[in-house]
Each structure stands twice: as structure tokens, then as C-alpha cells.
Design a protein around this ligand. Structure first.
Ligand code: DXP
Ligand SMILES: NCC(=O)COP(=O)(O)O
Length: 237
């Protein structure tokens, strides 16, 4: 089974636009769970432009599904994750001011750093995932660093999909096979949508998890949150 983790960053973006508590991020997360989501993902960025540290603490005791925290492992992020102890932490190589994630790790250059950080999370009993491109060497070095899983950065797939889906998915199938041969679990995310998700899943049915935010929350404006989550779940069958 491939699990759907709903990324609720955009709900916090909307909340922050007025400075109050509408929409309530915790309520939306719990509703996502009630509507069938298998997990909740947040990406607390240093400027707290969407998810705030406070949200992460508020969510932890109330969620009943898998909690996944993504981010760059700066000291403040590491401290937050170790305090909150989510089910999974996903390491992303973002600079503090970046608009959104736009690449996977260079796991070879950062081997020593990643090994140290992953060790701290593994020791705390938190499953680890490392955000990577489809480059075989990057996946091999993620395994060497001690990751439990890799998350494939799917923006290149989403961009290429309308021009030719077979060519778009091919490097991801190869990368997924390499991850499997190394004993790594497999996640995927970034710009996955109702348009491109089912084809990705059909080609890589052993995927453990997808995390989806931007397109899913946008679809919910038209379809409503409950129906949207059901439609994304249907793409994973
Ligand atoms: C790692 C990843 O692809 C997503 O977490 C993405 O970075 C979403 O973050 P934003 O919602 O800040 O764009
Ligand atoms: N890890 C990817 C994620 O959480 C959501 O990315 P997106 O769907 O907002 O592009």
C-alpha cells in the first residue's frame, strides 16, 4: 500500500495571511485524517512563513496517523524534531530563503554531515528519509549515510509528464529499483497532482509514501477537502 501524506503548509500560508487562526491548521490536519489521509506532512521553514514551530508542537499529540516533518537540518530544526519525535523526518537541502524545494541532496559531498544528523535521528527512534534526485550515486550515498528511506524529488517528473509520460517516469522507475536493491524504503513528492499521480504509482507500485500539498490543497478549493483526499487515494490503487 502506498500511503498518502497530506502536506498542510498551504493551509498555514492561508492562516498567516490574516494573522489570526482561520483556517485552524490542527483542525484541518485532523479533518484530513478523518477523510482518509494516511499521514500529515509539515515543512517548518526558518522564517515561519507557513508552518510555525508552535504548530508542530500542537499537532504532535493530536495526530493519529503518521507525522512527517521535512526541513533542512540546521541546529534549530534538529532540536525541534528531537523534541517532537515525529514518526519520520525528511531531510531537504533548502537554503533559509528558498521559495520552495528545488533539488535533492548532494549526498556524496554531504556524506559526513548527513551521517551525523541521521545517526542522531535514528538513535531517537525516528525514521529517516533523504530528499534526492534520480541520480544513482546520490541514492547510494544516502544509503551509506544511514537513511531508512529516500524521497524522490518529483518536480522533473511533473514538468515532463504533459510532454510524454513514459519518458517522464523512466528515470524514476530506475531510481526506485536502485533504492529497492539497496534496501531503502521509498517516498516521493513535489508537484504530484491528480493529473500525474496515478501513472507514477502504476509504474512504481512499491512506493511507500507520497507527500502532496500544493496541488491537493488547490484542488480542495474546487472539490472540497473530503472528496479531494478520496480522489488522491483513488490514484494510489
Ligand atoms: C520537500 C518538498 O518538496 C516539499 O516539502 C516542498 O518543499 C513544500 O514546501 P513549500 O510548501 O514551502 O513549497
Ligand atoms: N515532500 C513533498 C511535499 O510534502 C509536498 O510537495 P508539494 O505537493 O507541495 O509540491
Amino acid at each position: 500500500m502506498t500511503r498518502l501524506s497530506v502536506n498542510i503548509n498551504k493551509v498555514a500560508t492561508l492562516r498567516n495571511a490574516r494573522g489570526g487562526d482561520v483556517p485552524n491548521v490542527v483542525k484541518v490536519a485532523l479533518d484530513c485524517e478523518n477523510f482518509g489521509a494516511d499521514g500529515i506532512t509539515v515543512h517548518p521553514r526558518p522564517d515561519e512563513r507557513h508552518i510555525r514551530k508552535r504548530d508542530v508542537f500542537d499537532l504532535r499529540p493530536l495526530l493519529r496517523t503518521e507525522f512527517n516533518i521535512e526541513g533542512y537540518p540546521a541546529p534549530e530544526f534538529i532540536d525541534l524534531v528531537l523534541k517532537v519525535k515525529p514518526h519520520q523526518v525528511t531531510l531537504v537541502p533548502d537554503s533559509p530563503t528558498q521559495l520552495t524545494s528545488n533539488s535533492g541532496w548532494d549526498t556524496k559531498t554531504n556524506l559526513e554531515f548527513l551521517t551525523e544528523v541521521l545517526e542522531a535521528f535514528n538513535t531517537a527512534g525516528i525514521r529517516t528519509s533523504v530528499f534526492v534526485s534520480t541520480d544513482a550515486e546520490m541514492i547510494e550515498y544516502a544509503a551509506k549515510a544511514g537513511a531508512d528511506r529516500v524521497e524522490l524529488y518529483t518536480e522533473p517528473y511533473a514538468t515532463a509528464f504533459p510532454k510524454g509520460k513514459e519518458a517522464a517516469v523512466a528515470p524514476f522507475v530506475e531510481a526506485a529499483k536502485i533504492a529497492r536493491s539497496l534496501g531503502l524504503g521509498l517516498n516521493a513528492g513535489h508537484d504530484l497532482s491528480l493529473e500525474n499521480l496515478n501513472y507514477f504509482y502504476k509504474n512504481i507500485p512499491w512506493l511507500d509514501e507520497v507527500s502532496i500539498g500544493h496541488a491537493l490543497i488547490s484542488d480542495a478549493l474546487y472539490l472540497g477537502l473530503e472528496r479531494t483526499i478520496q480522489e488522491y487515494k483513488n490514484c494510489l490503487r
